[in-house]
Design a protein around this ligand. Structure first.
Ligand SMILES: CC1=C(CCC(=O)O)c2cc3nc(cc4[nH]c(cc5[nH]c(cc1n2)c(C)c5CCC(=O)O)c(CCC(=O)O)c4C)C(CCC(=O)O)=C3C
Ligand SMILES: [Fe+2]
Length: 317
């Protein structure tokens, strides 16, 4: 194995990617749409959402950079001199293929890939892995992948702390901690994933149930968010549909726990903090959300330990 010959193992850290600037939004959106430019209406709508959150900075870029650096530090602590992290983004530069190419340029022949999203779907993590694998095969790099880490004890602990804090914050508005409704959420996907026997929904429910249990939350449910702007049906109910139902049921305070995401970005800062927040205000429901993981040390340990485990399960030391 590599560590015996002094060569480092590459770690390809993959994430969604975000535009570099407002002028770059169109190219980014076109890439997401597999080369089809968005209509002017769709483009204006997306630019409007970014303008509402960014003020000139796209937070996902900083956060992904920070997570890659944080993982490198953690791996250095756990296994000094053994790993080198590279970034590979799905829809922005450096693309996944660029990250693999960089590893090859640096003489890496063995690598582990991990995505900054805890739950596996063929349409999300699966497609990151496919792209990395194709490029790695082309360049003669042997790669193994972390497919999911949605039940890693340290990830669950970090989320549990946040949910417990959030429930305590909202307890006065709800009339008691036991009256706070916890809404776990994740990015919706097209309904067709169900026909593929996709584990995504099941894994999200597993994470939610485990965190609810550990945080002593009795009243929780799962809802979707951020469905794409396409004509096919997406998984629901969406949080914007769920909130009125909860208000109708007499719920006074909702804590949103977007466990499908690990960073502050558009789907959190706009879809939840602006859009869902406005909907809740209209319904006279107090809404708060848990802080995102970003560079949380427990999340960095989750990633580092998952990388090391993936390597060990290959039968290597
Ligand atoms: C499963 C999943 C995750 C979570 C797992 C993961 O992280 O991978 C995720 C994360 C994210 N999605 C993001 C942004 C967008 N996603 C879009 C569109 C789509 N997302 C999809 C899926 C997912 N997306 C899908 C199936 C589409 C339809 C087009 C297609 O079939 O591919 C669109 C187009 C417009 C719209 O439809 O809203 C945008 C702008 C950002 C970056 C935000 C920022 O820049 O701060 C992040 C982290
Ligand atoms: Fe997305």
């Amino acid at each position: 194995m590599s560590k015996h010959d002094g060569k480092r193992i590459g770690v390809l850290v993959m994430s969604y990617g975000t535009p570099e600037s407002m002028d770059d939004v169109e190219a980014y959106y076109t890439h997401i749409r597999r080369g089809n430019a968005p209509t002017p209406e769709l483009l204006a709508e997306l630019k409007g959402r970014y303008e509402a959150i960014v003020g000139g900075v796209f937070p996902l870029r900083e956060n992904t950079n920070g997570q890659v650096a944080g993982l490198q530090d953690k791996l250095e602590q756990l296994a000094p001199g053994q790993f080198s992290c590279y970034q590979g983004l799905k829809h922005a530069k450096p693309y996944i293929e660029d990250g693999v190419q960089q590893m090859a340029n640096d003489g890496i022949t063995e690598a582990v890939g991990i995505v900054l999203a805890p739950h596996f779907s063929t349409m999300s993590v699966g497609s990151y892995i496919k792209r990395a694998e194709e490029k790695a095969n082309e360049l003669g790099i042997t790669m193994t992948f972390v497919k999911q880490y949605h039940m890693h004890p340290k990830l669950l602990l970090a989320l549990t702390e946040r949910v417990a804090d959030g429930v305590a914050r909202l307890a006065p508005a709800a009339g008691g901690a036991d009256k706070v409704k916890v809404l776990f959420s994740a990015h919706s996907l097209p309904v067709k994933i169900r026909e593929l026997g996709d584990p995504y929904e099941q894994q999200l429910l597993e994470t939610s149930a485990a965190v609810a249990k550990a945080a002593n939350v009795s009243d929780w449910q799962f809802t979707w968010q951020s469905a794409g702007r396409t004509r096919e049906p997406w998984l629901g109910p969406d949080i914007l549909e769920t909130l009125p139902v909860l208000a109708e049921e007499g719920v006074k305070a909702v804590l949103v726990a977007p466990v499908g995401f690990v960073s502050d970005h558009l789907e959190v800062l706009y879809d939840l903090d602006i859009e869902a927040q406005a909907a809740a205000k209209k319904l006279d429901v107090a809404l708060d959300r848990i802080a995102m993981l970003n560079r949380d040390p427990l999340y960095m340990e989750t990633l580092a330990e998952s990388v090391i485990e993936a390597l060990a399960s290959l039968g290597k030391e």
